[in-house]
Design a protein around this ligand. Structure first.
Ligand code: FAD
Length: 397
């Protein structure tokens, strides 16, 4: 196996192309846009930076964010200071730098759309415009809207979230995230070097685009983010079900899926950049080891067991109740009042606290957290809440 074709030059395809080309494979990567402003927050967690330090150390423009403001559906606010910054890129810059690295490693980068893929023969056949090209193996890195599905099923509606947003010509220093009542998703404002990416994501099976747009406009108004001069975007984001992560086919004899096309995205936070990069790298390692079939096992060992665990928490996080209030609201109140809980959540945001061991740590710290929350309430420390207008009296207020 020498000739590899990659469809899609986002983080997953570019990383896979770089690794394979560096190991001497003949790699051709096709992308219809190349480095473009793909709808995205562009935020890379500390986990991603630790795995790929060039994303922090390189010369390309990026914004380092050291605080996240969380807002509950009732207007409670908590500020989370981060020891390690979240690094935010414009996607045109991020895709561009990853493609540059792939090219420098020897990968041929072609601006073209692949319209068809045929993998039933010995070699994979790709249709590009009027021409047909062949490869020993094809990597499908075409993102969440991918329709090239050799030997696997498409993602279902309940595996996807709808996202809407604006690139806003404004500046800010911190990330802002807001949760809504009975809503599986959240609103965000991510500051980049010269603009903000403001948006909302919500389950495609449970919410309509009108509902999302209404929430987004209300959020922008309440946070004083003007839509003047802003550019609208919409896209889909995988939010995989457990079954999809554990049993959807992602590799065949002469093909494999990576990144969003494989639905490797955190179902709670929507983080996908790290998993796109890592899956591209793990597939390349499997091919270099002449064992494409071991790719799913490598993915399971690296992260999909944790993502499967996250699917079990996701619904409880967005819909569940704790001490008489929404889980997200209680989380924000606890962050505000307990330094121990705040440190734990900072690790969750950094990606250094995985989901599999989160419950154990929460229980181990439960006594200290509650003591700190009660102590803060007894001392009458004021809340940062803007309003608590909806709902009844809140026992934590
Ligand atoms: C609104 C939004 C906000 C997000 N915010 C964050 C965030 O802050 N942090 C984070 O970690 N993740 C975030 N994500 C997720 C993240 O954007 C994705 O997980 C990531 O881009 C996946 O990378 P990928 O390479 O798999 O796919 P993509 O980045 O989607 O790349 C796919 C590429 O394939 C190309 N392509 C598609 N079809 C074809 C074809 N037929 N022929 C040729 N080329 C083709 C496209 O042009 C594209 O460049 C967000 C997603 C959305 C929608």
């Amino acid at each position: 196996m020498r000739d590899i074709a990659i469809v899609g030059g986002g983080p997953a395809g570019a990383m896979c192309g770089e690794r394979l080309a560096r190991s001497g494979y003949n790699v051709t990567l096709y992308d219809e846009h190349l480095a473009w402003e793909k709808p995205c927050g562009g935020g890379l967690t500390h986990k991603a930076i630790q795995a790929y330090p060039f994303l922090l150390n390189g010369p390309h423009p990026k914004k380092l964010i050291r605080s996240v403001e969380l807002i509950s559906s009732k207007g409670h606010r908590a500020l989370l200071a981060l020891d390690q910054p979240i690094v935010i890129y414009s996607r045109a810059v991020l895709n561009g730098l990853l493609l540059e690295r792939a090219e420098a490693a020897g990968c041929r980068v072609v601006r073209s759309r692949v319209s068809q893929l045929e993998t039933s023969g010995e070699r994979a056949k790709l249709t590009i415009g009027e021409s047909r090209v062949e490869a020993d193996f094809v990597v499908v890195a075409a993102g969440a809207r991918n329709s090239l599905l050799p030997g696997t099923r498409p993602l279902a509606r309940n595996d996807l979230e709808m996202t809407l947003g604006y690139f806003v010509p404004a500046q800010a220093e911190g990330i802002c995230v807001k949760f809504l009542n009975h809503f599986e998703g959240y609103l965000w404002s991510f500051p980049r070097c010269d603009h903000l990416s403001v948006g909302i994501c919500g389950s495609m099976a449970k919410h309509t685009s009108q509902e999302l747009r209404r929430h987004l406009h209300a959020f922008m108004e309440s946070e004083n983010i003007s839509r003047e001069g802003a550019r609208f975007y919409s896209h889909v984001l995988p939010s995989p079900q457990k079954q999809t992560l554990s049993s959807r086919r992602v590799v065949g004899r002469n093909w494999a899926l990576v990144g969003d096309a494989a639905a490797w995205v955190d179902p709670i936070t929507g983080e996908g950049l790290y998993y796109a990069l890592r899956s591209g790298e793990l597939l390349a390692e499997s091919l270099i080891a002449h064992n494409a079939a071991e790719y799913p096992a490598r993915i399971r060992k690296a992260f999909s067991t944790d993502l499967e665990f996250a699917t079990r928490i996701a619904r409880r996080f967005y819909r569940g109740r704790f001490l008489g209030g929404a889980v997200a609201t209680r989380m924000i109140q606890f962050i505000e009042r307990s330094p121990t809980f705040r440190a734990l959540m900072a690790d969750v945001f950094a990606g250094s606290q995985n989901y599999c061991s989160l419950k154990r740590r929460l229980w181990a710290q439960c006594g200290t957290t509650l003591t700190e929350v009660v102590g803060s309430l007894m001392k009458g420390q004021p809340s940062l809440a803007k309003s608590t207008s909806s709902g009844g009296p809140d026992p934590l207020q």
